[in-house]
Design a binder for this molecule. Sequence first.
Ligand code: SF4
Ligand code: SF4
Length: 390
Amino acid sequence: MADASPPTSPDAATEIAAAFVLPAARLADLVTALRMEGYAVHGPMVRDAAIVLGPLADAVALPHGWTTRQSPGGYRLERRTDAAVFGFTHGADSWKKLLHPPRVRLWSAERQGADFVVHEDAPAPAKLALFGVRGCDLRAIAAQDKVLLHGPYPDAEYAARRAEAFIVAADCAEPSGTCFCVSMGTGPSARAGFDLALAELDPHGDAHRFLVRIGSPRGGAVAAQLDLAPAAGADIAAAAALADIAAANMGRAMDKDAARALLPAQRESAHWQDVAQRCLTCANCTMVCPTCFCTTVEDTSDLSGDIAERWRQWDSCFTFEFSHVVGATVRESASARYRHWITHKLSAWYEQFGESGCVGCGRCITWCPVGIDITAEVAALQDLSQRDPR
Ligand code: SF4
Ligand code: SF4
């Protein structure tokens, strides 16, 4: 049987073969080199007062000199005083939308006489380059690989996109107020699963440059086209120092081992009613989460009844329909749905996949319209259990 592992699996340690220096003025050369290799390059850009991921025609579109300020239920785009390209933390969308798209047509059927002819849609032949993937999001891709590549039901669409994906990681130097990757062991630097990794140095002036680490043979081949100078030891040390500063400035923290044990034990806690008073069951947290993988299937037909289609789209455990079985919804209340989501994410995920389902990216905190904070809910449950340890 063929190995379903993608060439750059974030689940395996990456051998760092070498490090080079790319002057910031030549970042466009890297984007061009990827495009010349046939990749559709996607990366961060400013749109609608947010940083979103989209197709990059060139490096000019990257968010030069922008940053974000994030808090529970709050997101603001702000100007920086320097020209940093990766001086922000991610927005609502993640690389999941490219590797595991929100909506995919599975097949269509067309009436021909008395019969229907069914056309199965082949997986999209996408050759994607993901430009600027953070450490936490590398681990989120690894989590989706476990489900959609290595699980009992591999997903052909995901496998096709993942096999060709070229990953350019970008170390995080300034976490936002909702980040907690350090306590989840996923960041702030890219550790594995990339083809190339960039660390941005000295964005204030003429020495603005990137330390480029090679993570795979094809990453090395792309870097070789750029004819880069080897990195000095001082540049490698500067990148490590920035990572240490970022790690010390996390907006939040979570005790993941405590959460794993705590949540099943707190099944009947009164705290779930407290959350239900606030939770709108809007499903935002699941839509923005880079590890959530659930989908549902929808059949449609046109008004004439001659064309029918089957679509797969992202689903959420916050909807009524998600737990509808044999004529009834199992998890009717907001308390039951929130409890299910957080318990699966932080505890039951270990039984299924051997790790936490949370990478500490903070998106569910920033994009919750009422500011519900997964780290604060765990802390509140911990506090309650310590006061009443029954
Ligand atoms: S926790 Fe927040 S984002 Fe998630 S469903 Fe409830 S209100 Fe929506
Ligand atoms: S649960 Fe929240 S913090 Fe954890 S990976 Fe999902 S969106 Fe990020």
